[in-house]
Design a protein around this ligand. Structure first.
Ligand code: XUL
Length: 497
């Protein structure tokens, strides 16, 4: 590897991944730390903590800090840290982290002889963070919707109707239920800006990729919306980070990273973002409105690049910002890999067998349809999970159910993404499920499009690394466009229907 490398970190629901890229030699290194197995003390299952109420889904931000320390130690051991010129951060979207008045001082005085965990224990005004799987804020969504005059208006102002997992409704719930702790909160970060803050040693700004996923920003003016803030909680503006529309460096690595992990003091950190906006970059979709990305992971998402803000009357789906200052459309489905796994495990199948069934059974499943809401669902909104069936059960229960879940999931993506614009000719598939040929075939059939999947399955971490390289090189006047950088690292194969 060369002496000028770029690091992308992706903090997903279940793990932290680092991808280090060397554009000169087209080389790449990656490493993943799985939360459940590496940090059993936090008692997470799939990276999350579910309490008595299944709609409340939180996790512990101290676990992320431990993972960050361990990842930095790995980079040092591999002698990569001292060669990194810039870092990009990707994180699961929407989760909010609540910090108190000690946070800024602790972050700026991190002692390299002690772990992050030891030092940041005292900076939280709320010990756990609600994450994107939380759906406990339906009341708060109704209140915000009423204050802002209906779903369509909220959607036109903030990019999405009031949405259970978004930071705005979550903050409102925290303020209503815990006013005392809300008052002790001086900063509210999203997960991407929290991780960035740990890297630069001060409270970091937030990009619009993640910032538009809050129901708090005006997507037209790219500012926090006074009306949305007022509908959410008192004195919220000064608790939120600044919003950044287009990639820029937000600082250099802290002295802690330099002394403890041998980073160069001039290593730049680019503004953090959500995993979906980063995947858009990692898949080379910037500037490509006729293509779509599908991520088959803990959540399934379908997304597309939007060169200008479309004014569409809709109450479903989301508009987020993108690294180049433009926009993306997105839909998120919660009954994703966990629901597929539920069916696979019920019949003791391997993923190979699951895929084989999809490749060998008739499309349309003889008219038998299942709506697989094993968990509460985001698209469409289902708060009381239940499996619905139409057309009865198939004779071969195993094959019928495998086909039914896959077809239902992919047809839902097709139908609900109607407002994205013209139907795509090419679909790029990423994340764990992208290795499943059966799923790829069904995507290709339902969308009647060419489908490509890739060797690097964490396109969010790759996208974060590309964002770092893109900012660094262009800042040095080495002109590189987004696609050129992505094409260096995305080697894939094509499935056609
Ligand atoms: C997107 C969403 C999920 C998370 C998962 O709106 O909620 O895709 O970003 O990491």
């Amino acid at each position: 590897m060369a002496e000028t490398l770029y690091l992308g970190l992706d903090l997903s629901t279940q793990s932290l991944t680092a991808v280090v890229i060397d554009p000169l030699n087209k080389a790449l290194e990656q490493h993943t730390i799985n939360f459940d197995s590496a940090y059993p003390a936090y008692h997470t299952a799939g990276g999350i903590i579910i309490g008595h109420d299944p709609t409340v889904v939180h996790t512990d931000p101290r676990m992320w800090a431990e993972a960050l320390d361990d990842m930095m130690a790995w980079l040092k051991k591999k002698t990569l840290s001292s060669k990194i010129s810039a870092i990009g951060v990707s994180a699961q979207q929407h989760g909010s982290v609540y910090l108190n008045q000690d946070a800024a001082a602790v972050l700026s005085h991190l002692d390299p002889s002690r772990s992050l965990l030891e030092q940041i224990q005292i900076i939280f005004s709320r010990s756990t963070c609600p994450v994107w799987m939380d759906s406990s804020t339906n009341d708060e969504c109704s209140e915000i919707t009423e204050a802002l005059a209906g779903d369509v208006n909220v959607s036109q102002l903030t990019g999405s109707k009031a949405t259970e997992r978004f930071a705005g409704p979550q903050i409102r719930k925290f303020w209503k239920n815990n006013p005392q702790h809300y008052n002790q909160t001086t900063h509210i970060a999203l997960i991407s800006s929290f991780i960035t803050s740990l890297l630069i040693g001060r409270i970091a700004p937030l990009d619009t990729g993640d910032g538009f996923g809050t129901n708090l920003a005006n997507i037209h003016t790219v500012q926090w919306s006074e009306r949305a803030l007022a509908a959410t909680a008192p004195n919220l503006r000064n608790r939120l980070p600044n919003l950044i529309q287009k990639d820029e460096a937000v600082g250099t690595v802290s002295g802690y990273l330099v002394k403890r992990y041998a980073f160069r003091p001039q290593t730049k950190v680019v503004v953090g973002s959500g995993d979906n906006p980063c995947s858009l970059v990692g898949l080379g979709l910037i500037g490509e409105p006729m293509k779509r990305g599908i991520s088959l992971g803990t959540s399934d998402t379908i997304f597309g690049y939007m060169p200008r803000l479309m004014d569409i009357e809709r109450s479903e789906g989301h508009i987020f910002g993108v690294a180049d200052g433009n926009y993306m459309s997105l839909l998120c489905f919660k009954n994703a890999s966990l629901a597929r796994e539920e069916v696979k495990n019920t019949y003791n199948l391997s993923w190979r067998e699951f895929s084989e069934i999809l490749l060998t059974t008739p499309s349309g499943n003889n008219g038998k349809i299942m709506l697989p809401y094993f968990l509460s669902e985001i698209t469409p909104l289902i708060l009381n999970p239940r499996v619905f069936r139409f057309g009865g059960l198939t004779e071969d229960e195993v094959k019928g159910n495998v086909r039914a879940i896959a077809e239902a999931q992919i047809m839902a993506m097709y139908l609900h993404s109607d407002w994205f614009g013209k139907r795509p000719q090419t679909i790029l598939v990423t994340a764990g499920g992208s290795g499943n040929l059966g799923l790829l075939k069904i995507i290709s059939q339902v969308f009647d499009a060419e489908v490509r999947s890739f060797e690097v399955q964490d396109s969010a971490a790759l996208g974060a690394a590309i964002r770092a390289a893109h900012w660094f090189l262009n800042n040095k006047k080495v002109k590189k466009d987004w696609k050129e950088l992505a094409d260096l690292f995305i080697k894939g194969h094509t499935t056609e229907c």
